[in-house]
Write a protein that binds this ligand. Sequence first.
Ligand SMILES: Cc1cc2nc3c(=O)[nH]c(=O)nc-3n(C[C@H](O)[C@H](O)[C@H](O)COP(=O)(O)O)c2cc1C
Length: 378
Amino acid sequence: MTPADRMREDRQRTNPLFNDRKLKLGTFCSNLDYGCAISTIPGTLRISWPNTLALAKLADEMSFEALVPVGRWRGFGGKTNFNGAGFESYTWAAGIGALTRNSAVFATSHVPTVHPIMAAKQGATIDHITGGRFVLNLVTGWNKPEIEMFGNDLAEHDTRYEMAEEWISIIRRLWTEQEEFDFDGRFYRIRRGYLQPKPIQLPNPVIMNAGGSPRGRRFAAQFADVAFTAVDSHDISQVRAQVDAYRKAAFEAHGGSIQVWTNAYIVQGETEREAQDFVRYYVDENGDWEAASNLVESMGLNAMTFPPGALQELKRHFVGGWAGFPLIGTREQIVDGLSMLANEAGFDGVLLSWARYEEHMREFQDTTLPLLVQAGLR
Ligand SMILES: Cc1cc2nc3c(=O)[nH]c(=O)nc-3n(C[C@H](O)[C@H](O)[C@H](O)COP(=O)(O)O)c2cc1C
């Protein structure tokens, strides 16, 4: 046994995603310029290493379970070139992982831009840096200009998931199998696949996926330990059904369980009116609508798929916080909203973002987190 082998441990013990908190929390997109808010107001996240590290340390201090970066290679234009500047997510995770103690540190990896041997090796390295707190979030890529930047065509939708199946199967084998192996697939050919040291987490580091389509959801159920999904209905019983469907699909695919998470943005005020006024200020009056339009168009969402009013509402939502679930109001209302997501909708965790990321996150730490503890959610 090598010294690295002796460090291997059951991931239930090393990875905070498996703690028993009713509501797990994380931050989202703290590695990119403007974070989740497509707004020109002063005070939004402008990316630099000290700024992104400050957010990670704050989350770590609050024992948030997850630090989830976004995988992005170019921005969406407009005044802000939203999310254009930003840190590459594996190297970000390695640096953040070395400087935090509690949170799971994710790398969000596009399948077609990273070879699976490279992904497995980088993931194993980050797992050692963090003592078993690494999570691989795999995304298949939808933003054509960034995939084309690599000289590749964006593959047809379901083909992306076929490629992802080979990609993650190779990674898992590298992480778990002691013997060298060959792999002959449609997309990858591996000769004498070898990886040492193995990651810390046994049986392998946690895998997350955010597929939203039926094909994507099927992939998540089969291969992921954590599924991320956007809340796509105002009707809470429908959201509950959506969450339960993931759990059922995972059980049917491999007889095991899956965590289901979503993302939300918080706008907190002393009064509900104050929170709504702030939304008017940073979204309606100072949103970067050109960037928001480019973003939704790149996603294939346009006036053909939505009536104009609904499209505008969707863009507002992207400007507010990457189209997460809106939590807008007093601290008590924020706690009620989070409680509803955990208790009624049945989510295991929620990734959060704020417009003025650091300032608002400190406010959350001082005023909202104690109420979440009181409510038995943390
Ligand atoms: C919480 C969350 C995080 C995501 N992060 C990324 C990301 O970092 N990079 C990316 O290209 N896509 C990201 N996506 C997009 C998904 O990977 C996926 O492509 C999208 O949800 C559509 O699902 P589909 O691929 O099944 O059609 C994210 C989606 C969600 C809900």
